[in-house]
Design a binder for this molecule. Structure first.
Ligand code: MG
Length: 174
């Protein structure tokens, strides 16, 4: 993007670069959840797989929301390259713990962009990210609830089936 085009953005250049980083993060989350869906399918957690298939779609929607925001504000969204997707998990608990780690990182990243947007008086970007901040509260809360449930049921014997059966109610909420 040339200098004049960058000056005509309705958001700050720094925000645009940070939002491109966020696009990549959302795309990475989408790909990571697809790998988790695969693990769940292969290990007999079919409802959990459905949960992660839905999360995959949601993360792609998040990515596209930011992508389209950059288009609307005159920026240059970049289609991200994704690598390093983990397919190895030791248990269903490990899967959901990894998912929570992803969400916590995403939350921190979005808050960081909000802080920088605020510091540079980029109100457009700050307001745009309001929705994401609240969405992250829900995402983290859902996965924490699922991890609490896994603690209660345990992962041995009937616990394993109970975990998967219980995921159904979070598919709508997630
Ligand atoms: Mg997201």
């Amino acid at each position: 993007m040339n200098d004049i085009a960058r000056q005509q953005l309705s958001i700050q250049v720094e925000s645009m670069d940070l939002l491109n980083g966020q696009i990549k993060m959302e795309a990475h989350a989408s790909a990571a959840y697809l790998a988790m869906a695969s693990w769940c399918e292969q290990n007999g957690f079919f409802t959990s797989a459905k949960f992660f298939f839905k999360q995959t779609e949601e993360e792609r929607e998040h990515m596209m929301k930011i992508f389209n925001f950059l288009i609307d504000t005159g920026g240059s969204p970049i289609s991200p390259e994704i690598s390093g997707i983990n397919h190895e998990f030791s248990s269903i608990k490990d899967v959901f713990e990894s998912a929570l780690q992803h969400e916590v990182k995403v939350t921190e990243s979005i808050k960081n962009i909000v802080k920088k947007a605020r510091a540079s008086m980029d109100i457009t970007t700050e307001r745009f990210l309001d929705w994401f901040i609240l969405e992250q509260v829900e995402e983290e809360n859902t996965i924490r609830d699922i991890l609490d449930m896994i603690e209660l049921t345990g992962m041995e014997g009937v616990g394993k089936q109970m975990i998967d059966d219980s995921i159904e109610k979070w598919i709508e909420e997630a």
